[in-house]
Design a protein around this ligand. Structure first.
Ligand SMILES: [Cu+2]
Length: 493
């Protein structure tokens, strides 16, 4: 495949210099690192640096960023070829304010095309950074628009046709935080990197020579690439040291296709304060939270009752894979007890009666036919409403200013049950129901990505305002998306 040429050739060269086992033709188990080598909790959790605003007055948010190749030492004595924004792996955190003018120069220093999509951002279509806004190798892309959205933990990642999964896997992802008067004034932890901690959670597979094993056979496409090593902010088994008291964790499932159940080793209760698109009305107490790829949650964890030098583990369990002790949290200090904030913000519930249109979307894992061997992997395909992505086809026309209900069903045939998710560009939606039932409290806020389990129907409602143009909707299991589980809606005036 032409699109993978540069990574393949780069890896092949490194593999020759390595242990000699790392041919990319090794799919499945052969040549993969399967044991649990890891950091042993000796490395501090790295905090992605805040990207420097070039406008010293702070009036506008003006940034510059390089998309570049790099290398990492995930295992002693080996180099892993990676991609990063302004660095070797992942990217800096971009922080802006609602109402600010946002400008950035994105320099693509890669030898292949990329894009930069602002996941969760309500943004003019021309600056969405989806497959329709390619940044060819060696060129610069310069979006310029107004932040028009309340405080939220969003993120950015590439979104080029057929390349998203691989480029994210190699390291292209970063956080995009919006702040506003409400987030400023709430009595919650808000000192970035001290008690307001971003956690980009991802899993990876490696060849024995240390290279990423992003090997796309049909099994990987259908199931998604599920890794057996867990990274938090790009490091295996780090330790976060905190001063005690309340800590706010901004969780991002930054994996390609994994669904994570996140909890603490003592099963302690924590409070979810924000979903994908910002604050909930009230904190939702939980003992564990499930996030599919691309989803975020902000949680507040209270360590005020911990003795000094207590250590608590963050556990991450893959729905279709392994369990990990992902990170340790070491308390170094003692603080007084802070009461949990009760009211976060009001969220106007969009009434169903406001919707002028209901659209149906069927996400399907279907068989192309049965041979003597039954429904083989090769005969399966992933579609939305029976179609695969075609950039020259607009699938849905949406009237500017209208409110719509989208009913999304995961119709997986028996023996092919596969979780999917639905992600919409342009909007933050609200979940009306899951299989007819009211969603749990932590899913009652604004969302841009929703997990849809086999046999499930999720009804969502959204207002399509401010911007016309073409946007994507797709499954956020990136291997599914790259395989064409994506469509385009155009907002027209
Ligand atoms: Cu999917």
């Amino acid at each position: 495949m032409k699109r993978r040429t540069f990574l393949k050739s780069g890896l092949a060269a490194l593999a020759l210099a390595g242990a000699g086992t790392g041919s990319l033709s090794l799919l499945g188990k052969n040549g993969l690192v399967t044991s649990a080598e890891a950091g042993g909790f000796s490395d501090p959790l790295p905090i992605p640096p805040l990207l420097t605003n070039l406008d010293v007055s702070g009036e506008t948010a003006s940034f510059t960023m390089d998309v570049q190749q790099g290398k990492m030492n995930f295992f002693p004595g080996t180099h892993t070829a990676t991609l990063g924004y302004n660095g070797n792996f992942l990217g800096p955190t971009i922080r802006v304010r609602n109402g600010q003018q946002f400008r950035i120069n994105v320099h693509n220093r890669l030898p292949e095309v990329t894009t930069l999509h602002w996941h969760g951002l309500h943004v003019p279509a021309q600056w969405d950074g989806g497959p329709r806004q390619p940044i060819p190798a060696g060129t610069t892309w310069s979006p310029d628009f107004t932040i028009n959205q309340e405080a939220a933990t969003l993120w950015y990642h590439p979104h080029a046709m057929g390349l998203t999964g691989e480029q994210v896997y190699y390291g292209l992802a970063g956080l995009f935080l919006i702040e506003d008067d409400i987030s400023d004034n709430l009595d919650i932890p808000k000192t970035y990197g001290v008690d307001d901690i971003p956690l980009v959670i991802q899993d990876r597979r490696f060849f024995e020579n240390g290279q990423f094993a992003y090997a796309q056979n049909m099994h990987d496409v259908m199931n998604g690439v599920i890794g057996n090593h867990l990274l938090v902010n790009g490091v295996m088994q780090p330790t976060l040291t905190i001063p005690g008291g309340q800590v706010r964790l901004r969780l991002l499932n930054g994996s390609n296709s994994s669904i994570y159940k996140i909890a603490f080793d003592d099963q302690r209760t924590f409070h979810v304060i924000a979903s994908d698109g910002g604050f909930l009305e009230h904190p939702a107490p939980m003992n564990s939270i499930i996030l599919s790829a691309g989803e975020r949650a902000e949680i507040i964890v209270d360590f005020s009752k911990e003795s000094q030098y207590a250590v608590i583990s963050l556990l991450v369990e893959q729905m279709r894979g392994s369990s990990f002790e992902a990170m340790r949290i070491a308390v170094n200090g003692t603080t007084g007890v802070t009461p949990m904030v009760q009211d976060l913000r009001t969220i106007e519930k969009i009434p169903e009666s406001e919707a002028t249109k209901v659209r149906e979307f069927i996400m399907e894992t279907m068989s192309m036919g049965r041979g003597r061997m039954g429904m083989g992997m090769m005969g399966r395909r992933l579609t939305i409403n029976g179609k695969k992505m075609d950039i020259n086809r607009i699938d849905e026309l949406v009237q500017l200013g209208s409110t719509e209900i989208w009913e999304v069903t995961n119709r997986s045939a028996m023996m092919m049950s596969m979780p999917h998710s639905m992600h919409l560009h342009d909007v933050q939606f609200q979940i009306l129901s899951r299989n007819g039932r009211t969603p749990p409290a932590h899913e009652q806020g604004r969302k841009d990505t929703v997990l849809i389990m086999p046999g499930e129907t999720v009804r969502i409602i959204s207002r399509f305002r401010d911007y016309t143009g073409v946007y994507m909707y797709h499954c956020h299991l990136l291997e599914h998306e790259d395989d064409g589980m994506m469509g385009q809606f155009e907002v027209i005036s």
